[in-house]
Design a protein around this ligand. Sequence first.
Ligand code: FA5
Length: 341
Amino acid sequence: MRERLEALRKEALAGIAAARDVRALQELRVRYLGKKGALTEILRGMGSLPPEERPRVGELANEVRRALEAALAERQAALERAALEARLSAERLDVTLPGRPIPIGARHPLLQVIEEIEDIFIGLGFEVAEGPEVESDYYNFEALNLPKGHPARDMQDSFYITEEILLRTHTSPVQIRTMEAKGGAVPVKIICPGKVYRRDDDDATHSHQFMQVEGLVVDRGIRMSDLKGVLLAFAREMFGADVAIRLRPSYFPFTEPSAEVDITCVMCGGRGCRVCKETGWLEILGAGMVHPDVLRAGGYDPEQVSGFAFGMGVERIAMLKYGIDDIRHFYTNDVRFLEQF
Ligand code: FA5
């Protein structure tokens, strides 16, 4: 029996030393030390030994078991260390590899133009105001001297939500909201950029959703020449120092007098071309002196203060500045278009 135990020890230790991975070790553990393993098998034969032999054989059996367990543990640790080292060296980072490029987005051209407009007017002492896109009939029309049934409402076909609530058709309601918030204090000197909505058919120059920048100044002694000066300063900053402006008489219910404002054509410099339809001028905005009724609706006394207002289409300005021929480019979001800005 001793010989069998010694032979087992020798054979098992050789097997363990040769095991190539943890799974092979596990199989060896079962084969030699498991319930149905070789060692148990030998110990079953203890009963046939003379009684005085048993303790010594038992002791030897325990010794063999301990030796095998120690060898298994040691070999397992060695295998695990080797596996870890192999993994670490396979995973080694090469910090000199070039990185994978992540495509960077760009700010939308309309946003860039709005920020440019804001910078110009902030430089002229204006503040930037905001107002809601879902607006009441009162602020969008009535307080702007456009009572229900007024024919000029037809100039701006509207998306109504209820009879009294609509998507704002222009940024002019912010005029009233700003004056109300100021509570009669002067000066008022704001611009308001934002989205507006009209039931217009989409084509190369019209969109059912577009952007405007509103301007409003209210103070004592504001005159039309102030309006002209501010708009000329704006046009020259935006389009170049040699640009001229021209005011043509027009009509808006909320300004009196009212004007359409043109700049010299940015394509031909005023000589006349296809873009300006040979006139040398391009329309960029509507403007005028704030109507007394509008000042009153905003809580101001038209005997004490006066003001001017203007409203420009941002897409129109962006198209002129960048030579874009179709307003729909801004909204179809073709990356090849957007990437150019
Ligand atoms: C107005 O909306 C007035 N609220 C502007 C104003 C403000 C006048 C303050 C006086 C005082 P108008 O409807 O003309 O006016 O629109 C102003 C600008 O918006 C136009 O010059 C044009 O550039 C732009 N615009 C109008 N309709 C569309 C449309 N469907 N698509 C794109 N841009 C448009």
